[in-house]
Design a protein around this ligand. Structure first.
Ligand code: FE2
Length: 255
């Protein structure tokens, strides 16, 4: 795939699950080690921007965000972060306040506007978009009607295919999200994390992508929880000037 000239190159990393201390191996994976491998992919690909779509910490500890910040600083790539259900959004906001590594609600990058939606409910696994957050999204879309829009959030707005997650771990009001964006012709795509696996589906013509984790992978189409042997990875997105998006997954060790 050859992205069109002038495309904005975004990489999405997700679900790092860094623990309070380095060392604990979660389901056979050391999350600091696997994150280092994925960040090396980011460094080599030199994107214009990186989006980190939540569960960056496993339990919301200050120590985990301190290490994340150390890892991200050396990349020298601007990064926008979203909270996931494992994060502590307040601790995150305190720890990641910078211009280049922060938690903006909106990124205006040339012809594109990226809206970052906090879908978390403190203390709960599933996600929800409150009326206030949806009104904020609608306002962000209205503000730049000439722009192409990409929406990012942590929780999936569509079933993943894994029954153990799809029963009660997703966004609990996806219909409200789609009702907000359905008639906005400039919404070109939606991306999320949480599912630790590659995902793609269109809803009413809007492409929706899920991403692998930088930590443990989940086996697609599993009834009960099963880890996947696939390597950690990231999602590349090329946002073209005409509003089209090209995307692919890259995993550690791909040649
Ligand atoms: Fe999550």
């Amino acid at each position: 795939m050859t992205p069109a000239t002038g495309a904005l190159h975004i990489v999405q990393i997700s679900d790092c699950h860094l623990a309070q201390n380095v060392g604990p191996v979660i389901r056979g994976v050391d999350p600091d080690e696997t994150l280092a491998g994925v960040l090396e992919l980011v460094r080599v690909s030199r994107p214009d921007y990186c989006l980190a779509t939540g569960d960056l910490s496993d339990e919301g500890s200050t120590e985990s965000y301190e290490r994340l910040l150390d890892y991200l600083h050396v990349l020298e790539v601007p990064i926008a972060c979203l909270p996931g259900n494992h994060d502590d959004a307040e601790v995150m906001r305190r720890m990641l306040p910078g211009a280049n590594i922060g938690m903006p609600e909106v990124l205006d990058l040339g012809a594109w506007r990226i809206v970052l939606l906090d879908s978390t409910i403190p203390g709960c696994c599933p996600g929800h978009l409150s009326e206030e957050r949806l009104a904020g999204l609608a306002a962000h879309l209205r503000d730049r009607p000439e722009a192409h829009h990409l929406i990012a959030l942590h929780h999936p707005a569509l079933p993943s295919g894994c029954a153990w997650m799809d029963d009660d771990m997703l966004l609990d009001n996806p219909e409200d999200l789609f009702a907000t964006i359905r008639d906005v012709a400039t919404v070109r795509g939606v991306i999320w994390g949480h599912i630790h696996q590659d995902f793609f589906e269109r809803v009413e013509g809007i492409p929706c992508w899920g991403a692998p984790a930088t930590s443990v992978q989940f086996l697609p189409n599993s009834r009960d929880f099963r880890a996947d042997e696939r390597m950690p990875g990231l999602r590349h997105l090329w946002l073209n000037q005409d509003g089209s998006i090209e995307s692919r997954i890259e995993r550690v060790g791909d040649v």
